[in-house]
Ligand binder design. Structure first.
Ligand SMILES: *Cc1c(COP(=O)(O)O)cnc(C)c1O
Length: 399
């Protein structure tokens, strides 16, 4: 293989199967573009497209209305005093952890640490590691509900203090966790952390943009979200907010460069620039609409309908909170597993059956356990997916 014209042909007409299917992939349901975002993607797809009228600070650009978005609408939406757009939830977490580590003088291997729930996403772990911080986790969450209780955070904070002789620099809550869609009692956990004067970071990668989330009302100090996960943006793009914009935490997080007085250090001067931020803004009206309580309630209702349909077959076991509070759903599927054991195609049969029925989102090879998301799929389509699951079980004599 070389860079000749013939080889380069392979990049032409790249097509994507998933586009004409019902999508239940948890990574993808909340990041599907709105029509407005699709238009924005074409219009603003050129590199550095938003920089036409930039006076040196990306988030102060007036046309397109980035300043209005970042400094007025986004803070209101997140329930914070100040917000920024970043390149992703993980970049938001890294910026926060790094600013905490630097300000406390505890950056560097093993010097400072943070406390996280045992279900924390890998990106939270590497964000802390990259900031030179160690991690103390809450005790492992257990089958079948995998709940994380406020008390677990209390225990982890105490364990951290006795092991390391100092408080953690922050407590992070994954809301919901990325496997079971469990929503922890954030208010209670924040209260516990604040008794130790430890700031709380809410990882809302699966909530900000899907459901009502207000950092101030939840009692946390920092919040992060993911544009491509849950805000109908092409990404990579994320959001980050801090409740108290006058705090020392904010001063450190938004500290400006001594070499270039307008550029913020933790943001590396500028973050999302181009189509990612423009699709985020183009979808924002829809994001505000879909996160209204009455719309989110419908999503939860749909998730529960789907869970019930599957549970009624006797061949699916829900893990996680019951009644379920979120569209992210983890199943054990003994019926599908038993089919994979007895047929020649083995564990790839499910992916192939679903592909034929134009249902996308369960990874090829998975049968025994998988997670799916019902977000934005709609009751009609969910009925079709549940019917299809049932038909597959019947076809192979499992029910
Ligand atoms: C997807 C996910 C992330 C990562 O989001 P990015 O915006 O891609 O960095 C972080 N946390 C959780 C819980 C996630 O599910």
């Amino acid at each position: 293989m070389s860079l000749d014209d013939n080889s380069l042909q392979m990049f032409q007409f790249i097509k994507r199967d998933a586009l004409d299917s019902i999508n239940i992939d948890p990574l993808q349901t909340g990041g599907k573009l709105t029509d407005a975002a699709k238009d924005a993607l074409l219009e603003w797809g050129d590199g550095y497209s938003v920089c036409d009228y930039c006076g040196g600070v990306l988030d102060l650009i007036k046309k397109p209305p980035i300043e209005e978005f970042v400094h007025k609408m986004l803070p209101e939406f997140l329930g914070v005093g100040a917000a920024r757009v970043t390149n992703g939830a993980r970049e938001s977490k890294f910026a926060i952890y790094h600013s905490l580590a630097m300000a406390s003088g505890q950056s560097g291997p093993k010097s400072g640490y943070v406390v996280m729930d045992s279900l924390a996403h890998y990106s939270s772990k590497v964000a802390a590691e990259r900031a030179g911080l160690d991690i103390v986790f809450t005790k492992p969450a257990e089958k079948p509900d995998y709940l994380i209780r406020p008390h677990d955070f209390l225990d982890a904070i105490e364990a951290g203090i006795s092991e390391k002789g100092k408080k953690p620099l922050a407590v992070q809550i994954t809301y919901p966790d990325g496997n079971y869609g469990n929503l922890a009692n954030v208010l209670e956990i924040s209260k516990i952390a604040h008794e130790y004067e430890i700031p709380v970071l809410l990882n809302g990668a699966y909530s900000v943009g899907r459901m009502p989330v207000n950092a101030k009302q939840l009692g946390v100090d920092f919040i992060v979200g993911s544009g491509h996960k849950s805000m109908a943006a092409c990404g990579p793009v994320g959001v980050m907010g801090i409740v108290d914009a006058d705090s020392d935490y904010a001063k450190n997080l938004f500290q400006k460069s001594k070499y270039n007085k307008v550029k913020e250090v933790e943001l590396l001067g500028c973050t999302s620039r181009g189509a990612p931020i423009m699709t985020l803004m183009a979808s924002f009206p829809e994001i505000v609409r879909r996160t209204k309580p009455e719309n989110w309630e419908k999503e939860v209702e749909n998730a529960r309908y789907f869970i019930k349909r599957l549970e009624d077959t006797g061949k699916f076991i829900l893990y996680g909170q019951k009644p379920h509070q979120h569209d992210l759903i983890f199943f054990e599927a003994p019926g599908f597993y038993s089919i994979s054991e007895k047929i020649k195609k083995g564990r790839y049969f499910l992916y192939q059956e679903l592909k034929e029925k134009k249902i996308h989102g369960i990874k090829p090879g998975l049968t025994k356990n998988f997670k799916i998301s019902t977000f934005g799929v709609g009751k009609e389509n969910l009925k079709y997916v549940a019917d299809t699951f049932e038909e597959i079980l019947k076809k192979y004599d499992e029910i």
